[in-house]
Ligand binder design. Sequence first.
Ligand code: HEM
Length: 139
Amino acid sequence: MSNELIYVRFLQYSVLALTVVLFWGISLAKRGRLDKHRKVMTGVVAITMVAVVGLLISIFGMGCDYRHNLKASQAIINCGPADMGTRLTIHRCFSSPLFVALCVTTWAGYAKYPRVHRIGARFSVLFWLGTLTTAWLFF
Ligand code: HEM
């Protein structure tokens, strides 16, 4: 098992688990429990950022090459384009905007811009689910 595959497997399972926490945090906001919502979401966002930093360190610090060292045949579900480069590009179409959406949503939550926060939350959920789905189908 390559280093790239080990990290991708770790991310697949941890993001799946974090998705449960994300929706719990949203349900807290819907039920008006905003203090707990803030705490839970701060945790979700912090863990997500640690994963992003880990990914960047693996690429730029440790020389991991996901494009060439991940094989479609090793994917758990393996549904999608045959070419791993295309799979990564599609996946990044969700994960990169997710990063931006989460930053904006978090900022608006702390800065008390409820409208921006709610719009950001919708985009965050959309891109989160896209990131999760493509990760599980492709890798
Ligand atoms: C991490 C820092 C966060 C803070 C400090 C925060 C704070 C808040 C606050 C103060 C509200 C009430 C104001 C309002 O109605 O908009 C709220 C509501 C809400 N938040 Fe957050 N939030 C955070 C992250 C998130 C994230 C990451 C999401 C989703 C991806 C999210 C989803 C929501 C939703 C859907 C509501 C509206 C609930 C309703 O319909 O009443 N929040 N949040």
